[in-house]
Design a protein around this ligand. Sequence first.
Ligand code: ASP
Length: 487
Amino acid sequence: MQTRIYIKDLSQHIGEEVIIKGWIDVRRDQGKMIFFDFRDVTGKVQGVVLPKPKTPVAEGIPGSQSANLHDVGSKVRTEWVVAVKGKVNKRPDRAVQKDKQNGDIELEVLDIVVLNEAETPPFDVGSEGKEIGEDVRLKYRYLDLRRPRMQKNIINRHKTLQYIRDFYSKEGFFEVETPNMTKSTPEGSRDYIVPSRLDQGKFYALPQSPQQYKQLIMSGGFEKYFQIARCFRDEDSRGDRQPEFTQVDIEMSFVVQEDVMAVNEKLLIGLVQTLYPEKKIQQIPFPRLSYDEAMKKYGNDKPDIRTDKNDPNLLAFCWVIDFPFFEKAEKGGNGDTGGGTGGWTFTHNPFSAPKPEYMPDLLAKNNIGGIVAAQYDIVLNGYEIGGGGIRNHTPEGLKKVFEIMGYAPERIEKNFGHMLKALASGTPPHGGLAFGFDRLMMLLQNEPNIREVIPFAKNGEGKDLMMDSPSEVSLEQLRELGIRLAK
Ligand code: ASP
């Protein structure tokens, strides 16, 4: 059996007989001749079944049944999976299609073996897909992923992740995994919870981010950490939110705010220049605005500072810094996040440190509304694509934050005892940041929402329409967990 050749490599095999494997993208039956576009993950090529095949039955593909190539050629349909034996011919000059992949060659089909048939797809997989209802695309996502736009999105997502992994590794970061079954972290949202069977009545929480673990990794002495981390937040549906999403999460020891900003600015510039050379970064170094400036000038803290909003290839990054540490808590806030009785809650997360000059205020619980946090957001074209902060690395500082939020001492001990203990055990000064990776990919791929860059996205109501999830579980499963549903 000859080895299979990828379609992108066919032009290196002119004059040879080769085997390709893939899908029937297009089939045009002209009676005497049948034209095809064949497709694999690397691209497309035109093929033709000539009126009289030069070789009646080609040898070489096990299971070949094609005593009559024409019959098979007339039978196969789009999206059928085939192995094709063919001769790579150069096209005559007048038939060359310059701008098309493989536009200068054609595969003269000698044999077709059907590897799998396909039901008629519920929609066209060759189009951009924008004309198709999103729910039906998500229900048949495995088909939707075949469209060229989705192939490009997912493959570029892969390339971007590879770039990021490589970048941080070269900068001396270690990729460290953290658990998905953990305990509630206060990050401003509701937790997804997982009932324990062995310890009935108790629950794990899925992490809203690896915040506490990554700080504990600093305690653990690794100094520079990164992770491509899945995060889970139970929020009401919104356009660019998903119940689970991906963060590029980092943390560094012995750094100040400038160090964290510098390494991540370097990452973004390198990433765009390497993988998206057609795009232009509006300003390097990235401009910086204070929270107050942004609010005054743009009325929000994620300003779109593009000078030309019609240019799909313009990337206007900026940093927003100097956020207030605390804001007045809304009554009946989300889940366990604010929840204190102090009337204040954090604006980013409770682990941030104040800027050094405001540390005395924090420790004295003075000027609470005026304390500025060592916190920074990175904004791209009006979207917050990341944020982070320098952390409180002493137990005193962190304790004060919880006190200001009105947590009782027992609650601080119960929920954050492990953090306070770690901070009291030789934790270095540290800080970090996390990127919302789906949003970054959405903007780099010029997509209108993050579902277009997530392979198996949930719909706007948080449902996985393909798997039909969430769904009921059996009474037996519930019984094992000690759970009875309210009627
Ligand atoms: N854990 C934070 C977040 O999810 C990011 C950070 O402060 O590093 O927003």
